[in-house]
Ligand binder design. Structure first.
Ligand code: UD1
Length: 336
């Protein structure tokens, strides 16, 4: 019998790519998603890619009883928990909504795991937990800085909750700290689906290229970097998905060295905003309408990963170039 894995938020951006990777690795997948920031058609797209329609339950993880009912009947071997709100600006305006959704949803899932003796859990964390780190590249021992936003707090608090969860109930958890996920599946059947005006750079770039947005604003060219624009570590979404499969294998094979392990997932290479734009233009043969404006509040100068722990322990290495990420991002945008 194949192992059965629950993927919460499995119709979302990183979740859907991870569902595909899990199915292609022989796992049986069941998805919970409340469709608050995703679309039902993604389910069909997943089965178009893999030939397997995943079991789907439209459950809101804030509903404690619905979560318990689900866990009582589904025989689950592990959980990958993506379901969460993720817009930084929105979290500043609606912090309680973020705490209710991201924290209560997490606690409900963990409680149901405890009740049903499910031992393995993978958490979607973020490099945002480091804030502006003192040195680059950022390794997993870099101090956790005071969070800049309620969203970032929910990721920090999530990891703290998991620390107590593993020690009190003898569970195994891997927390994956993503840098900046970009790109889309090579089939162009799934990708990022931002609602409204995108906050993140790459969807704004592709929407500008598509004529949906008139102009891209580059937030600041007075940072102390090689071209004055801010530096991030853009990691291809299918490489990220692959890391989840490797983390899951590690837990199911009981190869983890501690009950709670943390891994950075990034390429190890930082790119400036202008380098991202130039790459996008080059690989897709397009000119992007952009202009330099002032800095965005709350932005840091640079963040890129030391990813050697993931290479060493998970056997994971990013395989995909920024060129390929930008090409797939545009292929996906063209289908929308
Ligand atoms: C943001 C969040 C981070 C979250 C991540 C995942 C902030 C401060 N951080 O990361 O907590 O985990 O998204 O979604 O919001 N940029 C432009 N023009 C744009 C959009 C972005 O110049 O229209 C620049 C930004 O200033 C930044 C870079 O592009 O330098 C990347 O921005 P973005 O994609 O929003 O990611 P982060 O800010 O790194």
């Amino acid at each position: 019998m194949n192992k059965k894995i629950l993927v919460t938020g499995g119709l979302g951006y990183i979740g859907s790519h991870t569902v595909v990777a899990l199915q292609q690795s022989g796992y049986e997948v069941v998805i919970i998603d409340d469709l608050s920031n995703s679309e039902l058609f993604v389910l069909d797209r997943i089965s178009e890619i893999t030939g397997i329609q995943p079991d789907f339950h439209p459950i809101d993880l804030k509903e404690t009883e619905a979560v318990n009912d689900f866990f009582e009947t589904a025989k689950i071997d592990g959980v990958i928990h993506f379901a969460a709100h993720k817009a930084v600006g929105e979290s500043v305006e609606k912090p309680l909504m973020y705490f209710r959704n991201n924290i209560l949803g997490l606690v409900n899932v963990l409680e149901a795991m405890k009740k049903n003796s499910i031992d393995n859990f993978i958490f979607s964390s973020s490099c945002t937990v480091y804030g502006q780190a003192d040195k680059m590249p950022i390794d997993e021992n870099a101090p956790i800085k005071k969070a800049e936003s309620p969203y970032a707090k929910t990721k920090q608090m999530g990891e703290e909750i998991l620390e107590d969860f593993v020690s009190a109930y003898d569970k195994n958890v891997i927390s994956l700290r993503y840098f900046n996920p970009v790109g889309a599946h090579p089939s162009a059947l799934i990708g990022e689906l931002p609602k409204g005006i995108p906050n993140n750079l790459v969807p704004f770039v592709t929407q500008t290229a598509a004529g949906i947005r008139e102009q891209l604003s580059v937030f600041g060219d007075d940072y102390p970097t090689r071209d004055g624009t801010a530096i991030r570590d853009y990691i291809y979404v299918c490489d990220l998905a692959d890391a989840h499969v490797k983390a899951l294998n590690r837990l199911l094979e009981k190869k983890n060295s501690e009950p709670l392990e943390v891994f950075n997932l990034g390429t190890g290479v930082g790119s400036t905003v202008l380098e991202v734009i130039k790459t996008f233009e080059k690989v897709n043969g397009l000119n992007l309408n952009y202009r330099i404006v002032g800095r965005r509040a709350g932005d840091i100068t640079e963040a890129f990963a030391d990813n050697r722990k993931a290479a060493r322990e998970l056997g994971w290495e990013p395989k995909t170039s920024l060129d390929e990420s930008m090409r797939t991002a545009w292929e996906w945008q063209k289908t929308l």
